[in-house]
Design a protein around this ligand. Structure first.
Ligand SMILES: [Zn+2]
Ligand SMILES: [Zn+2]
Length: 295
């Protein structure tokens, strides 16, 4: 390691949170915990599975956000049970966010509400996608009789958040986010005073997202693009510096940097540096199975 990169690593280790993560489920001081089932991205991700997060509320794993490839093992390893899942919130239908759902449902099946986007570009709506996966003419008709999945669609042409789930003081909202031509949704979960926002894959060009995420306790960002990643409406991902500016503008209390799609520690370090040049709050690098109190 050169001296310069060693200094950078030392600086980063100072600024990156060293919070001790609670085991999940652990109601602890907060009623909500966020557990990472997959912190990786679409490409080789240094052993991380693709995107998936489990939200524990009052000690029960009730909300699954995304279901990317490789996350079934983690779902079972953390003691989650699909019978407890009320809501599956799929940010979009790229395989690294959705491909594991059939595996999670096999063989026991289950019932849940599934939230996802309207159709667009090469992608069906969430309702059409569920039909093509589990309908009688679908890819996995064997699962049809074992599951009961209702869908709720978030209109990606609307600038307004959509309530996708509410139960007492649990509120889940979805909002369209710009992921190039791909219909995609960010999700915000509020449980009492605690809140988490899942940014999804996005290029960071829509200021409406900053209102949506305003004052959030934990902002989950997808650090899939480099600092030289293309910009413009066709861009799929935000540059790390843009994520930092967004976290600052949203007044996020804590950033969880996830969807890490690089096998190179040096490149990850560089991206974190650009992020933290523009956001002064605590940043934690997501790892599979990591769990944190949301407060
Ligand atoms: Zn992705
Ligand atoms: Zn994507």
């Amino acid at each position: 390691m050169k001296l310069g990169s060693r200094c950078l690593a030392a600086i980063l280790s100072f600024f990156i949170s060293t919070t001790v993560w609670a085991a999940c489920p652990n109601p602890g001081e907060s009623r909500m915990q966020l557990q990472v089932l997959g912190a990786g991205g679409p490409r080789a991700s240094a052993g991380r599975a693709s995107a998936s997060y489990l939200v524990w509320i009052d000690g029960v794993g009730r909300i699954l956000v995304d279901a990317g490839g490789g996350t079934k093992d983690a779902f079972h390893a953390v003691g989650a049970n699909f019978d407890d899942i009320d809501l599956v919130a799929l940010s979009h239908l790229h395989p690294d966010h959705s491909a594991e759902l059939p595996a999670l449902l096999w063989p026991a099946g289950g019932s849940a509400l599934v939230a996802g986007p309207t159709a667009g570009d090469a992608f069906p709506s969430i309702g059409e996608w569920l039909d093509t996966m589990f309908g009688a003419e679908g890819a996995f008709p064997i699962l049809g009789p074992r599951i009961e999945l209702d869908s709720i669609t978030v209109d990606v042409t609307s600038a307004d958040p959509v309530v996708v789930y509410r139960d007492g003081d649990i509120l889940v909202q979805g909002l369209s986010v710009p992921h190039g031509p791909v219909p995609a949704i960010g999700f915000r979960i509020d449980v009492g005073e605690a809140s988490v926002v899942f940014s999804s894959d996005q290029n960071g060009s829509d200021p409406a997202f900053l209102d949506f995420a305003q004052g959030v306790d934990v902002l989950v960002i997808h650090l899939a693009g480099s600092e030289t990643y293309r910009i413009g409406p066709e861009a799929l991902h935000a540059r790390p510096s843009v994520w930092g500016l967004m976290a600052t503008a949203a007044d996020a209390g804590h950033v969880l940097a996830s969807h890490i799609s690089t096998p190179s520690p040096e490149e990850l370090e560089a991206r974190l540096g650009y992020l933290q040049d523009n956001y002064g709050g605590p940043v934690t690098v997501a790892e599979d199975l990591m769990c944190l109190d949301v407060r």
